[in-house]
Write a new protein. Structure first.
Length: 177
């Protein structure tokens, strides 16, 4: 992308600020930002209340998810995974997902039958994620027992927006000025 995705501009702020602002208006009780590559630039640009550094970030995204899980409160019922390259989520989606959290569940939002982000994992599933080697991703845990997945239909096309290329970013800027 030529610049950290977390700092790409959207809605008068950055991708990361947009996600954090959305979370702050929900019933989520604890927010942890896991930093890796571009840590210094992000910390200088965005005021972060609770951030940790994952020194193993080069080994893969799962190591960042695991670092975040390890820093959660011991009594957390579950945790959301928000990816910075999925900058469009809304409070209504988050709250609808929270109502579906139960032991041993993975909660996914869907729009027009397609799964999106963020993803909500119950505490039991978080333990499975912690046990994964860095060569695997959280999708291994998601696919392991499809019967524990709860899909939450939402009227939020933003859950499907993933920005990985300059072309996708330009498309986002045209659709969400």
């Amino acid at each position: 992308m030529g610049t950290p995705k977390a700092l790409l501009p959207i809605f008068g702020g950055t991708f990361l600020e947009n996600i954090l602002n959305t979370i702050s208006g929900t019933s989520i009780q604890e927010t942890i930002v896991v930093l890796g590559h571009h840590r210094k630039e992000i910390e200088q640009a965005v005021a972060l209340e609770s951030a940790i550094f994952n020194p193993d970030y080069e080994k893969g995204m799962i190591t960042s998810l695991q670092a975040g899980i390890r820093s959660l409160s011991w009594d957390a019922a579950g945790a959301f995974l928000f990816l910075v390259d999925h900058p469009l989520t809304d409070r209504t989606t988050i709250e609808a997902m929270i109502t579906q959290l139960a032991p041993n569940r993975i909660v996914l939002p869907t729009f027009e039958g397609r799964r999106g982000h963020p993803v909500l994992f119950s505490s039991e599933v978080l333990q499975e994620i912690l046990a994964l080697p860095s060569s695997e991703g959280a999708n291994i845990v998601v696919r392991k027992h499809p019967d524990r997945i709860v899909e939450v239909p939402v009227n939020a096309p933003g859950i499907l927006v993933d920005v990985d290329t300059p072309e996708q970013f330009e498309k986002l800027r045209r659709e969400y000025p």
